[in-house]
Design a protein around this ligand. Structure first.
Ligand code: PGA
Length: 258
C-alpha cells in the first residue's frame, strides 16, 4: 500500500467546546506549537470548530497552514431552514473541511445515511472536503456485524458520487465505543476496518481511486497511541476529539504523523 498517493489529515473535532475568545486562544496555541514544523508536504492539519468560532479562528490562523473545518452542513444552499448553515456560507468564511455524519449527530439528532450523503454532496459542490464518519456501536461489534454496518454506511454515504467526488472525500472510521471513552481501537482493529473501507471504494470506483482516498481513524486517539495507529498502512490520519482541546497533545499527534 502506497501512502504517498494520498494526504495524511490530522483533524481536531472540538465538538461543542470553546467560546469565540477561548477558541482564539486555543487556535493561537496550536499555531505557535506548530511553528517551524514542516507539515506542508505530507500532512494537512485541520481544526473543526463550532460555527460561531469559525470567523475568529480563521482570523487567528491567517498566514498559517492550519485549515479550518466545520462540524456539520445543511444540504440546501439557502432557504427557509431556520437554524441551519449552508455550504456556501461556510466556504465564504474560509472553511475547507466539514465533518459529516458524526456518530453524535446520528445518535442524538437522528441523522440517516441518506442525509449524510446529501450533506457530503452539498459540501463537495462548494469545494469543501467532507469528512464522512462511519463506525459500529459496541453491540454491533459484539454481534460480529462491524463489516456489515460499516459497508452499509460507506456505500450509502457515497451513493451517486463520481470518482472525482470520492477522491475529494475523507472517510473517518470511528467505532462508536471508542469515542470519548478512553478505549481506542487497537491498531489492528483500526487497520482492519480502514482497509475494508478502502476495499469498498475499490469495488465502487477501482483501485486507483481507492488508493487516493484519505481514511482516518477516530476514537480516543491521543499522543500516546497516535504513532502506532497512524503507522498502519490504511490509516491516513486521525479525527481527534478530546485530545484536540489541548494544543500540546494535539501537536504531539501531528508530530506522530510526520
Ligand atoms: P474522541 O472523539 O477523540 O474524544 O474519542 C473523536 C471524535 O468524536 O471525533
Amino acid at each position: 500500500m502506497d501512502k504517498s498517493k494520498r494526504r495524511t489529515v490530522i483533524a481536531g473535532n472540538w465538538k461543542m467546546n470553546k467560546t469565540p475568545s477561548e477558541a482564539r486562544t486555543l487556535a493561537c496555541e496550536i499555531a505557535k506549537a506548530l511553528e517551524g514544523l514542516d507539515t506542508c508536504d505530507c500532512v494537512d492539519v485541520v481544526v473543526c470548530v463550532p460555527f460561531v468560532d469559525i470567523c475568529t479562528v480563521a482570523e487567528a490562523l491567517k498566514g498559517t497552514r492550519i485549515k479550518i473545518g466545520a462540524q456539520n452542513v445543511h444540504f440546501k444552499k439557502s432557504g427557509a431552514y431556520t437554524g441551519e448553515i449552508s455550504a456556501p456560507m461556510l466556504a465564504e468564511c474560509g472553511v475547507t473541511h466539514v465533518v459529516v455524519g458524526h456518530s453524535e449527530r446520528r445518535q442524538y439528532f437522528g441523522e440517516t445515511d441518506e442525509v449524510v450523503n446529501l450533506r457530503a454532496k452539498a459540501a463537495l459542490e462548494e469545494g469543501i472536503t467532507p469528512i464522512i464518519c462511519v463506525g459500529e456501536l459496541l453491540a454491533e461489534r459484539d454481534a460480529g456485524i462491524t463489516e456489515e454496518v460499516v459497508s452499509r454506511q460507506t456505500k450509502l454515504a457515497l451513493a451517486g458520487f463520481s470518482a472525482d467526488e470520492v477522491k475529494r472525500t475523507i472517510i473517518a472510521y470511528e467505532p462508536v465505543w471508542a469515542i470519548g471513552t478512553g478505549r481506542n481501537a487497537t491498531a489492528e482493529q483500526a487497520e482492519e476496518v480502514c482497509a475494508l473501507i478502502r476495499n469498498i471504494i475499490a469495488g465502487l470506483h477501482g483501485k486507483e481511486i481507492a488508493e487516493a482516498v484519505t481514511i482516518q481513524y477516530g476514537g480516543s486517539m491521543k499522543a500516546g497511541n497516535a504513532a502506532e495507529l497512524l503507522a498502519q498502512p490504511d490509516v491516513d490520519g486521525g479525527l481527534i476529539g478530546g485530545a484536540s482541546l489541548s494544543a500540546e497533545e494535539f501537536v504531539e499527534i501531528v508530530k506522530a504523523a510526520l
